[in-house]
Write a protein that binds this ligand. Structure first.
Ligand SMILES: *[C@@H]1O[C@H](CO)[C@@H](O)[C@H](O)[C@H]1NC(C)=O
Ligand SMILES: *[C@@H]1O[C@H](CO)[C@@H](O)[C@H](O)[C@H]1NC(C)=O
Ligand SMILES: *[C@@H]1O[C@H](CO)[C@@H](O)[C@H](O)[C@H]1NC(C)=O
Ligand SMILES: *[C@@H]1O[C@H](CO)[C@@H](O)[C@H](O)[C@H]1NC(C)=O
Ligand SMILES: *[C@@H]1O[C@H](CO)[C@@H](O)[C@H](O)[C@H]1NC(C)=O
Ligand SMILES: *[C@@H]1O[C@H](CO)[C@@H](O)[C@H](O)[C@H]1NC(C)=O
Length: 415
């Protein structure tokens, strides 16, 4: 309760900041666009139900391939879980702008488009691309690339085009994809540590398994949980510092990487502000600042600025994102520890509207004195330097970029 109301206060404080922020939220509203067309009401309903609408609104240069209510009935008759339906529909969101004109003028007549399914990391291997091919008689065919040139859907019409932000088109039928339709477990039933282990956060997951902090994470999984897990390189470099912490300090550091609310990528991108963590035990304790920087979401403590590099899962009630640095709370580390870190970011609170700017670092009783005096020659250089994306395959920002580059590359080849 206390956490929630504190969050609310923080939100109010930060909505002021938002007003002044140059960062625009969304230029389009897919729900609003489709609401004008009753034949897409089922598709529209499921965009909202799966939270894909928010994800679509947060992106630019995107194409939504909608199917009419009959097409959706066919999908729904398969009785897939909502999580699987999300995967299927996300295969219908192309991460490039395809208006009617471009569709009919694809160079060399064929292209592979990256999709949101591919970008979220849910798609195994190279699945998640859609083959778009100009066919005889002015037709345009669509099919999942995994189906090797089988193009069961065709372009019906353009629904709405806002060049080059969003194009909404109708295709004749849902794209049949075995990988998108594969059963997806419910997020709260997933084993979070094995999910992290399998996707570039093995060191963090193993450290968590050895700590009472794991219980704290588990207890929050049903009600809403967001985890920011440092990639293996960052965590490995941090281990000497971690080992130096007291038992309580270790637990707090791990819990500092969890937030007791579900925060989707879309909401992180549209809400700058202070965030309480699982380690928070009082006002302004163990919190950090979420700040958007273009398409990148950063997490700022007084000591370090980390960047979200990937999404392992983003599904009510659980989100797990990878970050490129270990979050160091001011309660456990001296700000001077950052003096030697060549982080490109400005002073952590330079432009944050946090009211208690001048508050001096107060050590949590748990932390004792031990870790405070980390030497300038410590490993901080190393982990601060490891800004490289630790989890290329699941990288949130790199994913779409790679996909975009891939699809651009295709167009280029075909030019
Ligand atoms: C496209 O998006 C940009 C950035 O969000 C916005 O400034 C612009 O007005 C949008 N264009 C249209 C035609 O809505
Ligand atoms: C988008 O449009 C729908 C329907 O018009 C509306 O209910 C919703 O609040 C809008 N969402 C945003 C983020 O503006
Ligand atoms: C897409 O499918 C068509 C038709 O089967 C095929 O000829 C084409 O090579 C495929 N395009 C790509 C880029 O794979
Ligand atoms: C998750 O899996 C690990 C081993 O991979 C196990 O030690 C742990 O207890 C599991 N967690 C839950 C909540 O089942
Ligand atoms: C660990 O703590 C000791 C004693 O305070 C200190 O000398 C040492 O530099 C610390 N090591 C790291 C990696 O922070
Ligand atoms: C596209 O067409 C041109 C001209 O026929 C050809 O030289 C080129 O290799 C084609 N590109 C691809 C990727 O097939």
């Amino acid at each position: 309760m206390q956490l929630r109301s504190m969050t609310a206060v923080a939100m109010v404080v930060f909505s002021l900041g938002l007003l002044l922020s140059p960062h625009t939220t969304s230029a389009h509203n897919i729900t609003h666009i489709l609401a004008k067309y009753p034949q897409f009401s089922t598709f529209n309903h499921y965009l909202t139900e799966t939270h894909l609408a928010a994800e679509i609104n947060s992106r630019e240069t995107i194409t939504v391939c909608a199917v009419d209510n009959a097409g959706m009935e066919e999908l729904l008759s398969k009785h897939l879980s909502i999580y699987t339906i999300k995967n299927v529909i996300s295969l219908h969101v192309l991460l490039d702008y395809f208006g009617a004109k471009k569709l009919h003028q694809i160079t060399n007549g064929t292209a592979l488009a990256a999709t949101m399914f591919q970008a979220t990391g849910s798609a195994p291997g190279s699945t998640g691309f859609v083959n778009i091919t100009d066919l005889k008689g002015g037709k345009v065919g669509f099919g999942p690339a995994e189906n090797h040139g089988n193009l069961p859907a065709t372009f019906v019409k353009s629904v709405e085009e806002i060049p080059y932000n969003i194009s909404v088109i109708q295709i004749s039928t849902m794209l049949p994809s075995a990988s998108a339709e594969a059963p997806t477990p419910e997020p709260s039933q997933m084993n979070l540590t094995s999910l992290m282990s399998a996707h570039g956060c093995r060191v963090f997951a193993e450290t968590l398994l050895k700590s009472p902090a794991e219980k704290t994470f588990d207890e929050n999984a049903d009600g809403g949980l967001t985890v920011f897990c440092p990639g293996d390189d960052a965590m490995k470099n941090f281990m000497p510092k971690f080992k130096n912490l007291t038992a309580d300090g270790k637990q707090s550091l791990l819990e500092y990487h969890g937030v007791p609310v579900y925060q989707s990528m879309a909401s992180l991108k549209s809400n700058n502000g202070v965030m309480n963590t699982l380690a928070t035990d009082g006002a302004k304790k163990y919190d950090f600042v979420v700040q958007n920087d273009g398409d990148t979401v950063t997490l700022k403590t007084k000591i370090v600025t980390a960047k979200i590099t990937g999404t392992l899962i983003d599904e009510q009630p659980i989100a797990i994102f990878t970050i490129n640095k270990v979050l160091m709370p001011k309660e456990l580390f001296k700000a001077s520890a950052a003096a030697d870190t060549p982080a490109p970011a400005p002073a952590p609170d330079a432009d944050s509207p946090e009211p208690s700017k001048k508050k001096k670092k107060h050590k949590a009783p748990a932390a004792a004195d031990t870790p405070a005096d980390s030497p300038a020659d410590g490993p901080s250089d190393d982990f601060a330097d490891s800004t490289a994306d630790d989890n290329s395959a699941f990288s949130y920002s790199a994913g779409p970029v790679v996909a975009g580059v891939l699809s651009m590359w295709f167009f280029f080849l075909l030019l």
